[in-house]
Design a protein around this ligand. Structure first.
Ligand SMILES: [Zn+2]
Ligand SMILES: [Zn+2]
Length: 230
């Protein structure tokens, strides 16, 4: 019997690459920010079960994208390379979609499209968009991390401070309800605001943005980065 190319085997492989790209970008963000990459947390963020995460990580280790040790998965050089490409394409796709879609929906749309962007399209987009340093949410393109280091999380800002919103972290981008809330309150990069009240016992921060008040819990506020306004 002649063994022909098994199309059933090829299908999961193609699908796997999208899955792997999603794992790569998530591990990239966690490692970049020196956060522990724990299987349980990956499962939660990716919306899959821990055993699924374990299996995918095994495949990624086999393919040389990550190394496993006691502390969890870590990107190899090849893994960093691939992750940087995924992140760049994701962020450029967000900018492309920003011409037609609401800010709070860009991440999800780009998340679905980013896997189809070629190297040629990526380079063309980068030039066409004027070589951006961040995504529309203020997160740094790979290699542009210095552009965002002076921005502080909202949880570190004292009451009465006048601020400019600069960044909503990648981990918050994944939460579409939070993004819709931030957009509805005008809490987006470039917007000026005043910290009206900080209530540690209540774990809340109230901002005044465009004459409107908005209250955020610390859990969300730690993902909003700002700088003092002059
Ligand atoms: Zn995004
Ligand atoms: Zn973004």
């Amino acid at each position: 019997m002649i063994k022909v190319m098994d199309s059933d085997e090829r299908k999961p492989a193609a699908k796997l690459s999208t899955t792997v790209e999603n794992y790569l970008s998530l591990i990239y963000v966690l490692e970049r920010d020196n956060e522990a990459v724990v299987g349980v947390q990956l499962a939660e963020l990716l919306g899959v079960t821990p055993p699924t995460v374990t299996n995918t990580l095994k495949r990624m280790a086999r393919d040389g994208l990550i190394k496993m040790d006691e502390t969890g998965p870590h990107l190899t050089e090849q893994g960093w390379d691939s992750a940087r490409t995924v992140m760049r394409r994701h962020m450029l796709t967000e900018w492309m979609m920003a011409r037609m879609l609401p800010w709070s929906k860009l991440h999800q749309e780009a998340h679905n499209l980013e896997h189809a962007i070629s190297a040629e399209a990526e380079a063309a987009l980068f030039e066409d968009l004027g070589r951006p340093k961040t995504c529309p949410h203020g997160n740094p393109l790979p290699g542009q991390e210095k552009a965002v280091t002076s921005w502080r999380p909202l949880t570190k800002i004292p009451p009465k401070a006048k601020i400019i919103v600069r960044r909503v972290h990648e981990l918050a981008e994944q939460n579409s309800e939070l993004m819709a809330f931030l957009e509805s309150k005008g809490i987006m990069p470039g917007v000026e605001a005043t910290v009206v009240e900080v209530l540690p016992f209540n774990q809340t921060i109230t901002l005044e943005v465009q004459k409107q008040r908005a209250t955020l819990g610390f859990a969300a506020a730690r993902y909003v980065f700002v700088e003092p306004s002059a």
